[in-house]
Ligand binder design. Sequence first.
Ligand code: ATP
Ligand code: MG
Length: 423
Amino acid sequence: MNYKAQRGTYDILPKDEVIWNKVQKSCFETAKLYGYQFIETPLFEDSKLFERTVGESTDIVEKEMYSFTDKGGDSISLRPENTAGVCRAFIENGLHNNTLPARLFYYGPMFRYERPQSGRYRQFHQFGVECIGDSTFETDYEVIDIAWKILKNLDIKGIKLNINSLGDKEDREIYIGKLKDYFKNYINDLPKVDKLRFERSPLRLLDSKEEITIKISEDAPKTLDYISSESKEHHENLIQKLEKLNSMDSSFNYEVNHKLVRGLDYYNRTVFEYTSNSLGPQGVILGGGRYDPLIKILGGPETPAVGFAMGIERVVNELNKNEVENNSHIDAVLIIVDEDLRMISQEIANDFRENKIKTIIAPKKSIKAQMRFANNINSKSAIFIGKNEIENNKISVKFLQSSREQIEIDRNNIEEIKAVLNN
Ligand code: ATP
Ligand code: MG
């Protein structure tokens, strides 16, 4: 029987580690520079948590959730996103009693039963930040800025911010009425999925991937024409800050995109996405926005919040894999010239590892085969442990990557051994 990874899932192999670490490091370090703290919530939650927050008529809840009934009869779902989980944890652990805003970030796998295609997986990773407890446009700017700094640090080219405002709940109801009036004229032209959206979640017509709907929505009413003066002010202040960022850093580009509504129900006011030059879903690197009503919906005190979620696979895809130098993962392979010296080699290996020298003892084979092994695994050096060497309290270090010269070093002089291996 041959087993294969499930459709839409894949393995991260040792050769991928450098690039994955680079992305994760950029995310974590940047978030921490802005005072954000790590939070990790369980991979599965009560299904109702997502139904209530993400929204019953969203793609995620309608079609994409991995839900099952557990042995106790409860309906459980693998998390399709992490904002709901973070907010649940925020309330449950009483974080609202601490100094606000809470600045939190997360990283980990998410699960969605999607049709796999490039940039779309069934298990994928997100990094995200949530700033909970501040309603000002400055925090919208803060999270937008964090995302920008991460992408800039990673030197990803062609990045653009798309931004829009949905206004508050009351604005949205008025706007949805206008939108329905508009689309009513075209109802017979809409494909079946979008007829359904017209009935159940008209905002998402603007988010449609159907060609004809995309065309029709070009002239649809714009949210910005229907939002309250407070929402409008919030939006305009934010745009001013983005203008300023652009004037200081010309590689930062943004555009107000009237069709940006985002797929999740819980957003209000600011919504945004960062896109790259890549085509299709692959090109949408991250999405976020303000979600002031969410904490209250979940039974917590009214607490405004804003955040984003970044697709790690999509970031990794943007990085030029050749640019990441192929660091040797091993410093020393110990070549055992004489079987009697196996015990002492073990001691040397322990010494090395205690001193942070990455060490492997070569497999029990001929000296030639041991050398081949050291070369094949791309070790920095081969270290010969022979009778002569041990008697003189020496080891012979042969460099395998640059000079290929061989030198003798005092076995106890770990500092020197470290120094030559780090050169
Ligand atoms: P789309 O409209 O492309 O389906 P979405 O609205 O479902 O996007 P979000 O829920 O906002 O996406 O997720 C945030 C980010 O997570 C996306 O911008 C993307 O980078 C990434 N992402 C979402 N779904 C997947 C997936 N199935 N595979 C890989 N990355 C994903
Ligand atoms: Mg989606």
